[in-house]
Design a protein around this ligand. Structure first.
Ligand code: SF4
Length: 273
């Protein structure tokens, strides 16, 4: 079912021709405090070991367009930046923009081994178009999942997402200081307040949502103007695409993510919410 695995590859972002960060007035952290933006008074918010004012940085990034924000993140975090890709339409946009800024940035994906064939085909089309080797992260035979799947109970359990996605994500983020997501505020009510940049308490590191404020029209205009490969399932009525067993076409008038875990209370897998 799953597409052919690609070799894991760790890349280092280059440094040529990129804009400089806006906040070069960071004060060096004197105590080697852990990087964080959690507001815990015992921990000093830092980026790259430098103390920052997280509200100031968040406001700066919020004012940036997607390309500027991605360029800023590449410059700021270098090889400690990772782009998580789902091979949905916003991934196509972000890959196109990021690769145009620095072809050596790191893209990775979580292979639940339950993705659509069209999703694997989109991965391959993007890999060929841009010459990217997407880093693949997968759980080998998650304990007990096979049994629950066969008992048809897994879909109602948090365990499947927690193992196949969240646990795998922790491994994918090792060594990163910031990760990039394609979520947008129009996706759902739970994402309506998503900042473009902020501290991600789920994964204890910074998170950039460079297209948080993009509309569907902006996404599709970018894809069309730049002739970017995209997941053909979008043309078959799927506005949001995840694993095969948990993804369906929303009903008439339903929200873009209504086809995800339809018939259950779940709205997020635990990666973005
Ligand atoms: S979306 Fe469904 S199949 Fe995929 S990890 Fe979550 S519960 Fe499992």
């Amino acid at each position: 079912m799953a597409g052919p695995p690609q070799e894991l590859r760790v890349v280092t972002a280059g440094g040529n021709g990129r804009p400089r960060p806006l906040h070069e007035d960071f004060r060096a952290s004197s105590n080697g405090a852990t990087r964080n933006g959690s507001g815990d008074p015992g921990r000093v918010p830092t980026i790259g070991g430098r103390a920052i004012d997280p509200e100031k940085v968040t406001a700066e990034v919020e004012a940036m367009g997607a390309a500027e924000a991605i360029a800023w993140a590449i410059e700021t975090f270098g090889s400690k930046l990772g782009f998580a890709v789902s091979f949905q339409k916003t991934s196509s946009v972000i890959i196109d923009i990021a690769h145009g800024i620095d072809p050596n940035v790191r893209f990775f994906y979580l292979d639940t081994e339950l993705l659509f064939p069209e999703t694997y085909a989109t991965r391959d089309a993007l890999a060929e178009r841009y010459g990217i080797e997407f880093e693949r992260f997968v759980q080998d035979n998650p304990p007990g999942l096979r049994e629950r799947w066969e008992a048809n109970l897994w879909n109602d359990s948090d365990d499947c997402c927690a193992t196949r996605k969240v646990e795998t994500m922790h491994g994918a983020l090792e060594g990163t200081e910031c990760w990039v997501s394609g979520i947008r505020r129009v996706d759902s009510q739970t994402r309506a307040e998503a900042p473009k940049f902020g501290w991600d308490e789920r994964f204890d590191r910074w998170k950039l949502n460079p297209v948080a404020d993009w509309t569907d029209d902006q996404v599709w205009n970018h894809i069309e103007e730049h002739d970017v490969p995209y997941n053909p399932l979008h043309d078959q009525g799927y506005p949001s695409i995840g694993c095969m067993p948990c993804t369906s076409v929303p009903g008439e008038g339903e929200g873009a993510r209504a086809g995800r875990w339809a018939g259950t209370d779940r709205t997020e897998c635990g990666i973005n919410g």
